[in-house]
Ligand binder design. Structure first.
Ligand code: EPU
Length: 339
């Protein structure tokens, strides 16, 4: 069966990335169904076009020009089945907006993803960086990921364990980077109350027996206080990962800075707060031309307009260099570079 594809040339992507970076895609296709996605991938393979997959564009740094083909999966159905133990097996397609899924889930009284409210982006991108916030990561509820291999056109379902999830990390940033398109997620949620309120002051913002919606609303309120809304001020959320250092280095830093936030990890390393390190370098709220460090959360870089990927990367390098010089800690970037 042949599938009609609407190929768009020189498509402007500035409004399709939350950093608002100027970018023109040489070719662009909205894939409204898995069949159209497979056809678009086959077309790119045949023509030898480099392929870029675009989701919500919320964790991506786009260059001024993307050659080859940009494809955006927009299919967004979801359904679920209930198992005997009160488990909700939820399947959602890649193009669904993540926050819309969280709200649909809490509206039904399901537990599992309420702490991940208001994270921008599409569901298909969520496993790539293993989205996480307020003590919960996608990996905690993810049963499996459905994907399409670009080279063979073969569909596969990877179990959560096979996705090799880590902090802001997965196989999709490693061995499978640029080799697959995620088409759907299978999550296991629950009707049994299971609030996770251990992070920050989340517990003080809800009642003793909160509903999943109460928790999601508290998370939304906290995020709105600290994080800029991309619709008002372009940004990609955290620009750097929180660095992991040795216990020895953390001890050494704590001698000078006893108030430094630090979180011991199961593997013996210690996670530091990149936002705090940047803040302590006196960089919170600084602005250099088109780009700045957000004035309420130093981990977020903002774009005031008129800049491009090159300018953003230079600004980020300046911040990382300041942290390295002051604390001897290397910061690594969170959003991925496209193209
Ligand atoms: N801090 C400062 N100054 C700042 C920012 C933070 O002193 O400008 C301190 C805070 O006071 C706190 C510590 O650093 O003691 C950690 O700050 P926060 O709780 O705001 O969290 P974070 O570690 O900066 C991470 C995630 C966020 C997520 C929050 C809550 C990463 C890279 N970022 O930020 O994720 O919302 O925890 O779980 O892990 C995102 O990925 O886009 C994102 C926003």
């Amino acid at each position: 069966m042949s599938v009609e594809l609407a190929l768009c040339l020189d498509r402007d992507l500035q409004r399709h990335n939350t950093l608002g970076l100027p970018c023109v895609a040489e070719r662009f296709i909205d894939a409204e169904s898995p069949a159209r996605l497979a056809a678009a991938v086959a077309m790119a393979q045949q023509a030898g076009w480099p392929l870029t997959v675009l989701g919500g564009g919320s964790n991506l740094i786009l260059p001024r020009r993307l050659s080859g083909l940009v494809v955006r999966p927009t299919f967004a159905d979801w359904d679920y089945r209930r198992d005997a133990e009160g488990g909700i097996a939820l399947r959602v397609e890649a193009g669904m907006n993540w926050h819309a899924l969280v709200m649909a889930s809490v509206d039904r009284g399901w537990w599992g993803i309420e702490n991940l409210a208001l994270i921008p982006g599409h569901c298909g991108a969520a496993p790539i960086q293993n989205i996480g916030a307020y003590g919960v990561e996608l990996a905690d509820v993810l049963e499996s990921v459905e994907l399409l291999h670009l080279d063979s056109g073969r569909y596969e379902t990877l179990t959560g364990a096979a996705c090799r999830f880590g902090y802001r990390d997965s196989i999709f940033k490693g061995a499978l980077a640029g080799r697959v398109v995620i088409t759907a997620l299978n999550l296991m949620l629950s009707e049994t109350p299971h609030p996770r309120l251990g992070y920050g002051d989340l517990a003080t913002r809800v009642t003793d027996a909160p509903s999943p919606r109460d928790v999601a609303e508290a998370v939304v309120a906290i995020r709105r206080e600290k994080l800029p809304d991309p619709a008002q001020l372009a940004n990609a959320g955290s620009f750097f990962k929180n660095p992991l250092v040795s216990a020895e280095q953390a001890q050494h830093l704590l001698v000078d800075c006893p108030d430094m936030p630090h979180f011991a990890q199961p593997d013996g390393r210690v996670k530091l707060a990149a936002g705090w390190l940047i803040d302590r370098c006196g960089l919170k709220g600084v602005r250099r031309g088109a780009f700045g460090v957000h004035d309420r959360q130093a981990l977020v870089l903002v774009h005031h307009g008129g800049g491009d990927a090159e300018g953003l990367l230079a600004f980020a390098a300046e911040i990382a260099a300041a942290v390295e010089e002051r604390f001897g800690v290397a910061l690594s970037r969170e959003p991925r570079l496209a193209g």
